[in-house]
Design a protein around this ligand. Structure first.
Ligand code: TYD
Length: 144
């Protein structure tokens, strides 16, 4: 992945006791941004691929609070990483300008998504060629 801001696993602290498990995710503490938006995905068929977009502004942390799924993250420079999310206390951080695809959903999967920004369709890039072009343009700018 792009070495400046890569995708990575985050392990959350477990505050469980004999009553059961409890995982806390606080903005700017357990995830590296203030949480502006929460959404969750469930009921996706096993052969369904979701995501297939990059965000110019939003950063995300994805957590399979139930079941499992995989997340493929691509940096537009030829690097990609696949994260298997299969534990409620493990998340994956996704930086801006990363192409992401979520797939291999188990029937019981509930994928919780925490985002750094409110929803704005205008900051989504849904075309892979456009994504690669924008990444190339950003590379050019930063090399100046
Ligand atoms: P989409 O981004 O395609 O979902 P995914 O990334 O899981 O494949 O979003 C599906 C629909 O929901 C689309 O019409 C936009 C809408 N939506 C919102 O209104 N707000 C949101 O925060 C999100 C994530 C989606």
């Amino acid at each position: 992945m792009n070495k400046n801001d890569s995708a990575y696993f985050i392990e959350f602290a477990e505050h469980g006791d004999e009553r059961g498990n409890l995982v806390v995710v606080e903005g700017e503490k357990d995830v590296p941004f203030a949480i502006q938006r929460v959404f969750y995905i469930y009921g996706s068929d096993t052969d369904m691929v979701r995501g297939q977009h990059a965000n110019r502004k939003s950063r995300f942390v994805l957590i399979n609070v139930a079941g499992q799924s995989k997340v493929k993250v691509m940096d537009g420079l030829g690097n990609e990483a696949v994260f298997c999310l299969n534990r409620p206390r493990t998340g994956v951080y996704i930086p801006t300008m990363a192409w992401k695809e979520m797939y291999d959903f188990s029937p019981d999967a509930v994928l919780l998504c925490l985002a750094s920004e409110h929803y704005d369709e205008g900051e989504y890039i849904r075309d892979f060629d456009e994504f690669e072009n924008e990444v190339a343009a950003l590379q050019k700018d930063s090399a100046r």
